[in-house]
Design a binder for this molecule. Structure first.
Ligand SMILES: Nc1nc2c(ncn2[C@@H]2O[C@H](COP(=O)(O)OP(=O)(O)OP(=O)(O)O)[C@@H](O)[C@H]2O)c(=O)[nH]1
Ligand SMILES: [Mg+2]
Length: 198
């Protein structure tokens, strides 16, 4: 019975996170690797629309349910992005470290996302950048290219991972949860202080 669950373990927070990037950069592999749903990487096929993965984590003594919306990278699904972004709390942009074009053209997703957020009066939400396929030898994206992209789009945080080998995959999600929870906490404190002074 829910009333017998101690407060600290109550599921009181569902966070929707979007994972965006061009086709085949490894969004589904990273998401499923993090959630523990990837028993065989060969079972992962091209996403048609959206793949939703759920993962519960404990953050500061509270259970947080992450809803990871992993959106198809292929162009033919781009028209669905507005529906897909509704209610999103954080964005993870993914590129492939062996393919510079996946970073160059990632701007399409950043622009679409920011248009949506602006048009729907969202407050600024956390956005991070993830370079995937770190296990491969033919790395084509230089760190200078990454820094340039981050500067242009004012993205503050970057992670390098290998979804296939589950290397570093938890870090971007945990960082994202931390950012969202802190942002919401600050907003609450701001509102409390504003209204208590009236
Ligand atoms: N070597 C290596 N291959 C990876 C890695 N992550 C994904 N792949 C491979 O890249 C291919 C595409 O991976 P997906 O996870 O389907 O890519 P996606 O970004 O979800 O692609 P769409 O659904 O088409 O948007 C698959 O063959 C994966 O096995 C990685 O970290 N290292
Ligand atoms: Mg996919």
């Amino acid at each position: 019975m829910s009333s017998s669950i101690p407060y600290s373990t109550k599921q009181d927070n569902i966070l929707k996170i979007a994972v965006l990037g061009l086709g085949s950069v490894g969004k589904t592999t990273i998401s499923k690797s993090f959630s523990g749903e990837m028993s065989n990487p060969d079972d992962i096929s091209m996403t048609k629309g959206v793949d939703i993965t759920v993962k519960r984590i404990v953050h500061c003594d509270r259970t947080v349910t992450l809803q990871i919306w992993d959106f198809a990278g292929q162009k033919q699904f781009r028209f669905m992005i507005d529906v897909f972004l509704r209610g999103v709390k954080g964005i993870i942009y993914v590129y492939d470290v062996t393919d510079i074009e996946t970073l160059i053209y990632l701007n399409e997703f950043v622009d679409l996302t920011r248009n949506y957020l602006n048009n729907h009066y969202y407050q600024k939400i956390p956005e991070i950048l993830v370079g995937n396929k770190l296990d491969l030898e033919k790395i084509e994206v230089a760190i200078e290219d990454v820094h340039e992209f981050m500067k242009t789009y004012e993205i503050k945080k970057h992670f390098l991972v290998s979804g296939l080998y589950s290397h570093n995959v938890s870090e971007p999600f945990e960082y994202m949860v931390d950012q969202i929870v802190n942002k919401e906490k600050n907003l609450t404190e701001e509102l409390v202080s504003k209204y208590s002074s009236i």
